[in-house]
Design a protein around this ligand. Structure first.
Ligand code: KIV
Ligand code: ZN
Length: 511
């Protein structure tokens, strides 16, 4: 296999300085359903600055007073990142960027036939006039100018190059190539960016959308071909399916290309979470770098490898991006994973207990359940307490129900050999019976019913009721209980008593 250095020399033409232009606060905010307040924009800008991105596009000042206010407030923070304002090719938009107190403008105009004919209804020469006029006006007012030919990738090459040449003559500092509807592939990107780099001498930026899931791959290809700047967004937010994702691009450059952009990548995960929370756009669990599963492992083979050396199944460490590793229990769990989890919770089991817990986790996994750490602790504690006495036993139970009256359950228990009986009402017969149990054991142990699951086995009116419960005591100890009975109320009582007896043994062992 070729090593990265050979590949770089043969096929890559990396720019000496690659600028990261973050547009989370502008294109990212154009994600359908997303609107950020001034304060939220400030929080995100601060975090982007701490991460170390070169440029932050703070918004589109001409679009609202709030955009001007947020830009001004971000400017007042005196961040290291350069702040950018978007503008159409209109002098009034340039005025808004100036009003927002920004020094860098990102001005654009649609150049493709579709944009010319159906959106702008302008001829080619009118478009060039507007683009040039705006760049000149912005330059005359002392702004650094980045010019975007919107929908560049569907624009005739001759016309695109004409526009680019003329805005360069007008003083543009950066040329941006937007793939507005994400139609490029890596090979097309290679051809396009190589040619643009050979044809123009000012820095080239790319702004790639993700309609076919290729935004990051295409942006990387553009960088391989010498692009000087990449437009990105946190979590890949943006119009429709979004833009090139900041975290994917930065971490690929760092780990695969050995390009260190000087960013503090340990801040990526918390930045992603902040943006997810403020925009309400949660990341799928399998989102690269920042998703919940990015460093999660379940299968026995993988966990075994990870526990010996995390690089076996992780291309980068979670610490590099401020994330954390998670060992998940389920049907694929191996003994090593379970041992390491039990150790984490300081639970010591003998071999027999260990394999009982192991089998229970596997069978829960087989029945489609995801086993959380809380479940594991409950199962293991239950197992620890299973070689036990049963201080509380059921001695009798009856239910009375009538139309328009709450059901009443009368329950008789033997508690440490002493029989006690009481009656309670509830919203249903099970609730009434469980209320009666709580009342009877009140002086012995206070319990909370944390989880109640009822399943019918075999269907039909004579189905067996399979009840699974988790109860907890005031110290936070939890234990499971289970019972199968033809009577739902009796199955529920027995499952709860099963759980309570285990908790009582744990409680009495501790005190
Ligand atoms: O996708 C796009 O073309 C844009 C422009 C404003 C550059 O976001
Ligand atoms: Zn865009």
């Amino acid at each position: 296999m070729q090593n990265i250095e050979t590949l770089r020399n043969e096929n890559m033409n990396l720019a000496d300085k690659i600028y990261i232009f973050d547009t989370t606060l502008r294109d990212g905010e154009q994600t359908p359903g997303v609107a950020l307040t001034v304060d939220e924009k400030i929080q995100i800008a601060q975090k982007l600055n701490n991460l170390g991105v070169d440029k932050i596009e703070v918004g589109f000042p001409a679009s609202s007073k709030g955009e001007i206010e947020s830009a001004r407030k971000i400017k007042a923070l005196d961040l290291d990142s350069t702040l950018v304002g978007l503008s159409r090719s209109l002098t009034v938009d340039v005025d808004a960027v100036l009003d927002a107190d920004l020094d860098y403008i990102h001005t654009f105009i649609g150049t493709s036939p579709l944009h010319r004919d159906y959106k702008l209804k302008m001829s080619k020469s009118e478009i060039i006039t507007k683009a040039v006029e705006t760049v000149e006006y912005a330059k005359d007012h002392g702004l650094t100018v980045e010019f975007s030919a919107e929908d560049a990738t569907r624009t005739e090459k001759g016309f695109l190059y004409d526009v680019f040449s003329q805005v360069i003559d007008a003083g543009a500092d950066f040329l941006d190539v937007p793939d507005t509807v994400g139609i490029l592939t890596p090979i097309m990107t290679r051809e396009l960016i190589t040619d643009i780099k050979e044809s123009f001498s000012i820095p080239i930026s790319v702004h790639f959308h993700n309609d076919f899931g290729l935004a990051t791959a295409n942006t990387l290809t553009a960088i391989e071909c010498g692009a000087d700047q990449a437009h990105v967004t946190v979590n890949g937010l943006g119009e429709r399916t979004g833009n090139c994702s900041l975290e994917e691009l930065v971490m690929t450059l760092k780990s695969a290309y050995n390009v260190d952009l000087g960013l503090d990548t340990t801040r990526l995960y918390s930045l992603s979470n902040l943006v997810g929370r403020l925009t309400g756009v949660k990341m799928p669990v399998n989102k690269p770098i920042v998703g919940d599963n990015a460093f999660a492992h379940e299968s026995g083979i993988h966990v075994h490898g990870i526990l010996n050396n995390s690089s076996t199944y992780e291309p980068i460490s979670p610490e590099m991006v401020g994330h954390s590793r998670r060992i998940v229990l389920g049907k694929h769990t191996g003994a090593n994973a379970l041992k390491s989890k039990l150790k984490e919770y300081h639970i010591d089991l003998n071999d027999e207990q260990f394999y009982k817990v192991f089998n229970e986790i596997k069978s829960l996994g087989d029945s489609g359940k995801c086993v959380t750490d809380d479940d594991l602790v409950a199962i293991a504690i239950t197992e620890l307490a299973s070689a036990r006495e049963t201080p509380i036993e059921i001695k009798g139970m009856s239910i009375s129900m009538g139309a328009n009256v709450s059901p009443t359950a009368t329950v008789k228990l033997s508690i440490d050999g002493v029989e006690k009986e009481t009656a309670s009402t509830g919203v249903g017969p099970v609730d009434a019976a469980l209320n009666a149990i709580s009342a009877l054991i009140e002086d012995t142990l206070h319990i909370e019913l944390e989880e109640y699951n009822l399943e019918a086995i075999n269907g039909g009116t004579d189905a067996l009721a399979d009840v699974f419960v988790i109860c907890s005591d005031p110290d936070g100890n939890k234990s499971t209980g289970r019972s199968i009975n033809q009577d739902i109320v009796m199955a529920s009582i027995l499952a709860v008593l099963d759980s309570i007896n285990k908790l009582l043994v744990i409680y009495r062992t501790n005190y």
